[in-house]
Design a protein around this ligand. Structure first.
Ligand code: DMJ
Length: 476
């Protein structure tokens, strides 16, 4: 077979990305065999459970946003479906090597997903799930029709940034561009740059990068004198309306995107903003103590504090906060990452599956639901990766063991006849009729990657968006 095309500086023939995909199939981003490690049989179990849930979705909810696993019906977020589950699930299928399923799903999305709809949608959720999912699947398959869909969506979301401060409104009508909801939070305003920035790089249209970056900077600029941000802010006045500071829901992924945008785009402003922020977080939100004076182990948690004074306002930590060990590890702080992961796992083991929130001082559950969240699995995967990369095989095996225990609990309590169900309460284990699309995008993906051979995805070459869609830096 003769190849045409440009040659590199050594005279070797360069193969284009689509050609590479053609020759090597959709399992993209392979890495060197240096760190090759055998697959754990649990990887196949995870894939089988992914298919169990996916088949339930196909049978009862095909073409809709989500499966309702107990009533065996469907749920759409808005008046018309935006195919949340298929778009969120597609890159996981590709990584799992489910080629036929992925091909059918991709064609379905391309022929049935239209954003020309008279519905008002939540910018943050649509960005992380749909824009992120389309961009990642485009990079994995090379199918430009996915990029076309992503660009159309990006164009329709742009009006959110037309506020007096540049901070985005929370909702936008996909057809008319009408915006609403001036009260937002750092997570919703600041979790856009990976997706919008990637769209800029892939379409050569800087506007997406500029708007999303400005939003991130506008939050940072309004940090308190001690470097913390609050929970709610008005995008028209730029004033905080709730000054509670923490790393939990409504703030969490703002910090995640400061770090990851620096790494993905080599953005030096993001680097500075991340460094300032993590210093303040560790100074004012971290809570380190010995539970019992007789015990040697120092526990690390992150609680809540008033953003201006640093006064501790509550000692709660939850399922969403459990993303932070991954972030600490990615930033190079493996000590705190390891310590915090121990705390998260302690929280999981309290009732054999993780509650949404506990008081870490008393270990009492303050919010008992479990909506199939992925964050603790994400952190386990990261820590396993770093242990393996450092040649610490026993530590890596411990993280897989931790993952196995969590996977067993997860299957035991959340599996239903035709899918997976959230739990109303981890105390009673009563299920609820909900199966959010992040189950496919994140929970199953991180479980799978934890047990699959590392060559499945070259960790060092991607940045996961907050919905676990891996984005590869294909630009210089
Ligand atoms: C996901 O949509 C994202 O991970 C988001 O950042 C937080 N919530 C869910 C998963 O828990």
């Amino acid at each position: 077979m003769s190849l045409t095309g440009p040659k590199d500086s050594f005279g070797r023939r360069l193969i284009s990305v689509p050609l590479l995909l053609f020759f090597f199939g959709p399992i993209a981003f392979p890495q060197s065999s240096r760190r090759s490690q055998a697959a754990d049989p649990t990887a196949s179990e995870v894939r089988a459970e992914f298919l169990h849930a996916w088949n339930g979705y196909k049978k009862y909810a095909w073409g809709h946003d989500d499966l309702k696993p107990l009533s065996k019906s469907y749920h759409d977020w808005y008046a018309q479906s935006l195919l949340m589950t298929p778009v969120d699930a597609l890159d996981t299928m590709l990584l799992m090597g489910l080629k036929d399923e992925a091909a059918t799903t991709k064609e379905y999305i391309i022929h049935n997903l239209s954003f020309d709809k008279d519905i008002s949608v939540q910018n943050f959720e649509i960005t992380i799930r749909l824009l992120g999912g389309l961009l990642s699947s485009y990079q994995l398959t090379g199918d430009r029709r996915l990029l076309t869909l992503a660009e159309d969506l990006g164009n329709r979301l742009l009006p959110v940034f037309d506020s007096p401060t540049g901070l985005p409104y929370r909702f936008v009508n996909l057809r008319t561009g009408k915006v609403r909801d001036a009260k937002t939070n750092p997570a919703e305003a600041g979790t856009l740059l990976i997706e919008f920035g990637t769209l800029s790089k892939l379409t050569q249209r800087p506007i997406f990068y500029e708007k999303a970056k400005r939003a991130l900077v506008e939050i940072y600029k309004r940090r308190s004198p001690i470097g913390l941000v609050g929970t709610w802010i008005n995008v028209e006045t730029g004033q905080w309306t709730d000054t509670d500071s923490h790393i939990s829901g409504a703030i969490d992924s703002y910090y995640e995107y400061l770090l990851k945008s620096w790494l993905l785009f080599d953005d030096q402003d993001c680097k500075r903003m991340w460094r300032d922020s993590i210093t303040a977080i560790n100074k004012h939100l971290a809570d380190e103590f010995h539970r019992e004076p007789s015990r040697n182990t120092l526990e690390l948690w992150y609680g809540h504090a008033e953003m201006n004074t640093g006064r501790r306002t509550s000692t709660t930590y939850g399922a969403l906060d459990a993303f932070f060990p991954a972030i600490l590890a990615l930033s190079g702080d493996l000590n705190r990452a390891t310590q915090l992961q121990r705390s998260s796992f302690m929280m999981w083991q309290l009732h054999g599956i993780e509650p949404e929130e506990i008081d870490y001082k008393t270990m009492a559950v303050t919010y008992a639901g479990y909506p199939l969240r992925p964050e603790i699995v994400e952190s386990t995967y990261y820590l396993h990766h770093y242990a393996l990369a450092a040649g610490r095989k026993t530590t890596a095996a411990d993280y897989r063991q931790q993952g196995k225990l969590m996977f067993q609990d997860f299957v035991k309590h959340c599996r239903t006849e035709e899918g997976y169900a959230a739990l109303k309460s981890v105390l009673t284990k009563e299920q609820s009729d909900s199966m959010q699309s992040f189950l496919f995008a994140e929970t199953f993906k991180y479980f799978y990657l934890l047990f699959a051979p590392p060559k499945t995805l070259n960790f060092d070459k991607v940045i996961f968006n907050t919905e676990a869609h891996p984005i590869r830096k294909t630009w210089s």
